[in-house]
Design a protein around this ligand. Structure first.
Ligand SMILES: C[S@@+](CC[C@H](N)C(=O)[O-])C[C@H]1O[C@@H](n2cnc3c(N)ncnc32)[C@H](O)[C@@H]1O
Length: 246
């Protein structure tokens, strides 16, 4: 994938903000607890999107700044979390002062960043002893309908779906990882919207996107685990990485 294509993909969320807010998952409490140090007061939620992870930080009593470059995504966040300090900015240039937060969280977004520049920026804004935490909610493909759904989502996708540990540089101690399995109730009829919120589909030509979305509808209509059900368990595995600022 070229840098230009990656940038187009990263910017595509501007077109899918409402459906993102309606269909994407939040984060399990035990994963957020693992990421956020108990003593933390000030948090930066970086690439905060529509506020899915921001809401968990607010619920933990943290004083949160949410930085997000897309006006549409940030607009959804402000609508659900009007008390949060939401700012435009990027991972490479947050606009926050030096040593001003105890934790930086990045949900579902580290792969869009210039990794070295983002790691340096996170090191700059974290206080010594603060934590950089990177989280990804991945579909649990051990479940067979989810594996079939994933095949459709990644058809023709040049972006590697693997989400390895972030490379954060010498300003941080060792990167530690943990995974958390969980599920959330989901209407099979919303599978189409969830698929449509993904950057790969947002950037496909309309005819190709519609063909994949029609197959997603077909999966929801015929798979025995989905057919005729109002609500099913949507299984996720949340992968978390954390590193402490030296
Ligand atoms: C998949 S969404 C994740 C949103 C939210 N963190 C969540 O967990 O739902 C990815 C977000 O990264 C943002 N983004 C893309 N490139 C970025 C960059 N270089 N710096 C900061 N945010 C970026 C997009 O605008 C989008 O809102």
């Amino acid at each position: 994938m070229t840098d230009r294509h990656r940038e187009e993909r990263a910017a595509s969320f501007e077109r899918g903000a409402a459906v993102y807010a309606a269909t994407r998952p939040s984060y399990p409490d035990d994963a957020v607890a693992w990421c956020v140090p108990a003593r933390a007061r000030d948090a930066l939620d970086l690439a905060a999107g529509t506020g899915k992870l921001t809401a968990s930080l607010v619920a933990r009593g943290l004083d949160v700044v949410a930085v997000e470059p897309s006006d549409a995504m940030r607009g959804e966040l402000v609508a659900v979390l009007p008390g949060v300090d939401a700012r435009t900015g990027t991972a490479e240039a947050t606009g926050l002062p030096d040593a001003s937060v105890d934790v930086v969280t990045v949900g579902q977004a580290w792969h869009w960043f210039d990794e070295a520049a983002a790691a340096a920026e996170c090191a700059r804004v974290l206080r010594p002893g603060g934590v950089l935490a990177v989280l990804w909610n991945l579909r649990d493909e051990a479940v067979d309908w989810m594996a079939a759904f994933s095949v459709l989502l990644h058809r023709g996708d040049a972006l590697d779906p693997a989400r390895p540990a972030p490379v954060v540089g010498d300003a941080f101690g060792p990167v530690e990882g943990a995974t958390f399995r969980w599920s959330q109730p989901f209407r099979p009829t919303d599978l189409r919207g969830l698929a449509a919120s993904r950057s790969h589909l947002l950037t496909l030509p309309e005819a190709e996107r519609d063909a994949i979305l029609d197959e997603v509808d077909e999966l929801a209509a015929i798979h025995p685990a989905l057919r005729g059900r109002d609500v099913v368990d949507f299984p996720y595995v949340t992968h978390c990485w954390r590193a402490t600022r030296r």
